[in-house]
Design a protein around this ligand. Structure first.
Ligand code: HEC
Ligand code: HEC
Length: 508
């Protein structure tokens, strides 16, 4: 049935030259199919009421979120980009992507690449044999996302250039050179562990930087304001008077001064912010909070594909993911080695970017809806206590986040650069810039770097360049093999959580 009906419907659509009427099912539907894979859950406001009254505890919220995270969505849930819209001109737009042979569902090279979140965030420890699979982990190479590619020269036959051009340029060599020229982004999936601590830090840092911005705007011309927060410096602002500010001294962050720790490039200010894009990119599932209630944005006959309540539950799951931890030191020799490894990490300058611990001001991460990037404490509907996600209390009121990152973006040099082609305006985040990878858990998460190009920790360091070149050279060229081993052994203690999120199973 499936195979026969779909081409006929497509043919009819193409002949008519217009998209299907709104809310007409695009794929064949039959009672025998059983409907959506994800059961309906309470609305956002009901969830919040139940949370506030104590009817729903943190683990029950996490279970609802894990259900969203782990369900393989189907077409009744709104999976897929739906029918091709002949009026659309941007083949990268969500809901408008061309699909494999026009099937409306599968693409793989620009999203439409999986049915559930956990299909990619799968590997809890790649260091065990076999790798330990579980909930919320990293992805291996096969789970990497290929983002907005315009050319993948797998045949090694194109001109030696990264931008697709239809015809061969006679001035360029047309020979096999072993380089599959590529334009786009290729990203290895990080884990979700400890995400709540990262999100809380980012929100507190953003609030501080916004205060600094307002101070600079209100100050007389020539006043220089430091952008220091939580021990991290994002450079300086200089007041130009009359409310204007010179941003040329700002480092490692966009000029809106919103800290965005999520995504390899540092593009998302909260996990929910990331998830909105993930739903659309991977599944062609359109969140109500993006396209509105009752709207069938991709014309597949399904509206309200993922509700505000489902995204809220997912956000609870995200931020309460247990944090990675350092393996215990056993015995005196072990302790001496660990101290020596820590000292090397510091002295070589690794810790300048991979800052071992940042401390929050409060112990709970605020969840907001709607989210306002520059006002992280607006519209807060819940606070999630991070001590319940395994974080240790800090001497003040906050918690310790042993993340090994400064949450800043850095120029990592041309060798690590991506090849995303700017469409018209220059890229907001240059191809050589990445947010400092958080090293907690790094012993268990090979392969490394944004595109998984490093199979070992040594290789990950070897690929550092740009702002990290001095530290890299000090490690690669300046250390004896014995000292290199000490530093790698220190990194080898940074472990992912054991059996993360398994206490939530089975789901109700
Ligand atoms: C096809 C594989 C794939 C699927 C499916 C997938 N992800 Fe991811 N995820 C990735 C990759 C790759 C990245 C890194 C992306 C980047 O750097 O821009 C990522 C990053 C993330 C991050 C940011 C983590 C960080 O620390 O920076 C979050 C949060 C996340 N994913 C949640 C989800 C959720 C929720 C879903 C389901 C709606 C999902 N992912 C589905 C591959 C996947
Ligand atoms: C200028 C800032 C900076 C310095 C200094 C620096 N790094 Fe990094 N490091 C980064 C960034 C940014 C990434 C992510 C690069 C990417 O994804 O391609 C990274 C990635 C890594 C990774 C891979 C992590 C993963 O999960 O993929 C390791 C391991 C690492 N660094 C170790 C080190 C060590 C050891 C040193 C000192 C010798 C060091 N770094 C110095 C910024 C820095």
């Amino acid at each position: 049935m499936w195979k026969k009906v779909v081409p006929l419907m497509l043919a009819a659509t193409i002949v008519a030259g217009e998209a299907l009427a709104q809310n007409e099912p695009y794929w064949p539907q039959a009672p025998a199919d059983g409907g959506p894979a994800h059961p309906a859950i309470d609305s956002h406001s009901t969830l919040v009421d139940k949370w506030n009254s104590g009817d729903l505890g943190l683990d029950q919220m996490r279970q609802l979120g894990l259900s969203v995270f782990s369900t393989p969505f189907n077409t009744y849930d709104g999976f897929g980009d739906g029918p091709f819209d002949p009026t659309e001109t941007d083949p990268r737009a969500f809901g408008m992507r061309p699909t494999l042979q026009g099937n409306g569902l599968v693409l793989r090279v620009n999203g439409l690449d999986a049915q559930s979140c956990n299909e990619c965030h799968t590997i809890v420890k790649s260091s065990t044999r076999p790798p330990t699979l579980g909930i919320g982990g990293v992805g291996g190479m096969v789970q990497q996302a290929i983002i907005m590619p315009t050319m993948i020269d797998v045949g090694d036959s194109s001109d030696d250039r990264t931008q697709y051009e239809a015809n061969h340029d006679p001035d360029l060599p047309l020979t096999f050179d072993g380089t599959a020229d590529f334009s786009g982004r290729f990203a290895n999936p990080p884990f979700l562990f400890g995400g709540g601590g990262v999100e809380l830090l980012a929100k507190e840092m953003t609030a501080d930087l916004q205060d600094a911005l307002h101070l600079a705007e209100a100050s007389p011309a020539g006043t220089v304001v430091d952008l220091d927060t939580h021990g991290v410096s994002f450079g300086t602002l200089e007041s130009l008077g009359g409310g204007s500010v010179d941003f040329s001294g700002v480092e490692g962050i966009s000029h809106d001064l919103v800290v965005r720790p999520f995504g390899r490039k540092g593009e998302n200010f909260s996990m929910r912010d990331f998830d909105r894009g993930a739903m659309q990119f991977h599944f062609g599932i359109q969140p109500v909070e993006v396209i509105g209630a009752g709207v069938d944005g991709d014309g597949d006959g399904v509206s309200d594909e993922v509700t505000i309540g489902e995204m809220t539950a997912l956000h609870f799951f995200d931020v309460a993911n247990p944090r990675p931890a350092k393996a215990r030191v056993r015995g005196k020799t072990d302790k001496d080695d660990d101290d020596a490894g820590t000292a090397l990490f510091d002295n070589l300058g690794c810790a300048g970017c991979h800052m071992p611990v940042l401390t929050t001001q409060v112990p709970s991460v605020p969840l907001a809806y709607p989210e306002v990037p520059a006002e992280p404490f607006s519209n807060v509907y819940a606070w999630v206590d991070l001590v319940e996600a395994d974080f240790d209390r800090a001497p003040g009121a906050g918690v310790l986040v042993p993340l090994f990152s400064d949450l800043k973006r850095h120029d990592m040099g041309p060798a690590l650069a991506e090849t995303l082609e700017p469409s018209s305006a220059p890229l907001e985040i240059p191809n050589t810039h990445f947010v400092t990878a958080r090293l907690w858990g790094v012993a268990d998460t090979a392969p490394y770097l944004h595109d998984g190009r490093a199979a070992t920790l040594y290789q990950a360091i070897w690929y550092h360049g740009g702002e990290a070149e001095t530290a890299r050279d000090a490690f690669i060229d300046g250390l004896s093999t014995a000292d290199q081993r000490l530093l790698l052994r220190f990194l080898g203690r940074l472990r992912t959580p054991n059996r993360p999120n398994e206490e939530l199973l089975p789901l109700p």
